[in-house]
Design a protein around this ligand. Sequence first.
Ligand SMILES: [Zn+2]
Ligand SMILES: [Zn+2]
Length: 226
Amino acid sequence: MKLFTRKAETPETGTAHLCQARGCVNQNAERCRYVDRRGRRCPAVFCASHHERVGDAAYCRRHAGTIRALGETGRDRNLLPDLENRGPSLVNWIASDIDQRVRSLLEEVARPGERVLAEDEVVLAYDQGRRARWERSWRLVEATGLVLKVAITVMEDEDPLVMVKVGHEMVAKGVPPWIARRAKEPEVTEAADRSQRQLFYRFLQENITVAVHRLRERADNPTWVA
Ligand SMILES: [Zn+2]
Ligand SMILES: [Zn+2]
């Protein structure tokens, strides 16, 4: 018989446990239901004021974000990212914030016969080297196929570095300020936080706008190589 100290077990759903949110004394906390593709279950335990529900299940905020971001993809447990991975929720968060701007930009440059298709879920995709990435995209399409694609991407092994691609070009790349500063200066004022976010989104939007217009012009004036 083996004798060893078992790690304190994290409570299961439905039992009365103290919420892990700082300063919260609620006893009705539930364990996050997220289980990643390696079968690891999230240890977070939060009360009704500090967890989020997706369907019937309670999740910590990060994993509620992951589950919402993935939509259909999230139904396949083999595709669920590692516990620590923020990729899908980060992609979804940023894509949702700039969604209207990117749609209007593409509608503006669309020609007769072209239309805009916007994804509202994050998908798992692979590059030629089989590197996995989380992606949400907008496409300008015509009857014969894709004209132009804008994508927000996080490589699975580079979380939380966010990349923006227009066509094949990488037009912006960066760690969002609210993540980058966490390690260094956790206490920023609400106003500072807001202005950092605005700057970050403006940076993304401006780069997307410039690149979309440039690609459109290039398509108008093809340079023929002899
Ligand atoms: Zn709580
Ligand atoms: Zn969780």
